[in-house]
Design a protein around this ligand. Structure first.
Ligand SMILES: Cc1cc2nc3c(=O)[nH]c(=O)nc-3n(C[C@H](O)[C@H](O)[C@H](O)COP(=O)(O)OP(=O)(O)OC[C@H]3O[C@@H](n4cnc5c(N)ncnc54)[C@H](O)[C@@H]3O)c2cc1C
Length: 406
């Protein structure tokens, strides 16, 4: 694998979305359909360009999409180890965000905060004085009425502020790195313990997304020991600790499975007779040529750097055509692909490569551009990875298929 660093996966909330409700109405979370099979059926009906269509099999359309995702999850997130997933392929759960809102998702790492979790009936909500991005006093004011409306009311709760450093201000990744150290983690647990003592009857501790990258489970176990109640972590936003933790875990799994990682940027390639022979990688130690029989392009969408918009829309490595639905977008004014209301979906974010069922990127006439190149993940056109609730599902399903085709 050649990677120059982080992409959208590291920016994401860290939750793995397979299929959110395409019929959801803004402002009516209680109406959201959590049934993943139902959501997939609606999505396939409503979005004929979605990459899930590449998996369609008339005998078992839903299984054809979910089976490769299941295989990929099984490989990437073993049931043992520090990074264990919780969730299901049948029903979305509502994960809690730092804003006091909810997000429907299929899987999260264990011990993330979920609506309906009994330990959040009467939580102690902890804020950190050096971390202004999470307001522990404001959180229950938004969450309580929402929980009530969703039929999972909080019966009480308390907000507290603690401090774990002398720094005037720290970002969430900086706090996570600090809590990696045993001494700082112990200081953190003692501070939470003191707050918990003053709040008899609490059912759990709710924390912003600042728990350590590596030693998260150790810290959660210690918190349980000192407070007597379980702790839960909220979802993150960029810079997102759960997203960064997911990225680190994925790299770790690849390396444990014998996949070598070259840290560098792919800047060029050599090809002949519609076959790619090598890519040119710029590394800290200089340029390097990497030869292979087959290549998978998984360089992400605009956030990952796999797609660019300068004068025209471009795929910068292999110069592949970028499509919006059935059309090559080329030189077009960006505003033609955006909605005038910012909160609405924007066609721009569905742009990407068009591929055949073997995931080979297609040219303008519909022919595979290179015989030995597959594309996977957010670089494919048709989905809007950060908002249609299929981000992880598309990356896992297409990544799995691209791997199978190698
Ligand atoms: C803010 C945000 C929040 C999101 N939240 C969620 C969520 O909660 N749940 C969910 O399921 N999905 C979410 N998504 C969508 C999801 O994160 C993406 O769909 C998914 O991570 C895409 O994975 P990817 O591997 O295709 O691309 P990326 O994760 O973007 O990875 C692309 C990789 O390619 C590398 N790269 C690019 N160009 C080169 C080059 N020339 N040379 C070498 N390396 C290169 C990048 O450095 C990066 O490592 C979110 C997306 C965003 C932007």
């Amino acid at each position: 694998m050649v990677s120059r660093g982080s992409g959208a996966s590291h920016l994401s909330s860290g939750a793995l979305d397979l299929a959110d409700d395409p019929l959801a109405i803004a402002g009516h979370p209680e109406q959201v359909c959590r049934d993943i099979h139902q959501n997939l059926k609606q999505l396939l009906l409503r979005n004929s360009s979605h990459p899930y269509h590449l998996f369609l099999d008339s005998a078992d359309p839903i299984g054809a999409i979910l089976n490769p995702i299941q295989e990929a999850l099984f490989q990437l997130f073993p049931a043992q180890g520090d990074f264990r997933l919780a969730g299901s392929f049948a029903q979305n759960r509502f994960a809690l965000t730092a804003l006091g809102t909810i997000k429907a998702t299929a899987f999260t790492v264990e011990a993330m905060a979920l609506l309906g979790d009994p330990c959040l009936q009467k939580p102690l909500v902890i804020g950190l004085e050096e971390y202004p991005d999470f307001d522990s006093g404001f959180w229950p004011q938004v969450a309580a009425p929402l929980f009530e409306r969703m039929g999972a009311p909080m019966t009480g709760g308390q907000s507290s502020w603690i401090r774990v450093s002398d720094a005037p201000e720290l970002s969430s990744p900086e706090i996570a790195r600090l809590l990696e150290e045993a001494e700082a983690a112990e200081r953190f647990c003692s501070a939470v313990q003191e707050e918990a003592k003053a709040f008899p009857g609490l059912t759990g501790v709710l924390l912003p997304a600042v728990l350590p990258f590596q030693n998260r489970n150790r810290l959660l176990a210690r918190l349980l020991e000192v407070t007597g109640v379980p702790a839960r972590e909220l979802l993150g936003w960029p810079p997102s600790v759960p997203g960064l933790r997911l990225g680190l875990h994925l790299e770790d799994r690849l390396q444990r499975n014998g996949v070598g990682l070259i840290r560098g940027s792919v800047a060029g390639f050599e090809a002949a007779a519609r076959k790619i022979h090598s890519v040119e990688v710029e590394t800290a130690g200089g340029a390097r040529k990497v030869e292979a029989d087959r290549f998978v392009l998984a360089s992400g969408s605009f956030a990952g750097g796999g797609l660019r918009k300068g004068k025209s829309f471009r795929e910068p490595i292999f110069n592949l055509p970028v499509f919006c639905r059935d059309h090559v977008v080329g030189e077009i004014f960006t505003q033609k692909l955006t909605h005038e209301v910012i909160s609405q979906p924007h066609l721009l974010f569905t742009c990407g490569l068009k591929a055949d069922a073997s995931l080979r990127p297609l040219g303008p006439e519909g022919e595979p551009v290179y015989e030995n190149l597959a594309a996977a993940g957010a670089i494919l056109q048709g989905s809007d990875p950060s908002r249609d609730g299929t981000g992880a599902g598309v990356a896992l399903a297409t990544g799995w298929r691209a791997g199978q085709s190698l």
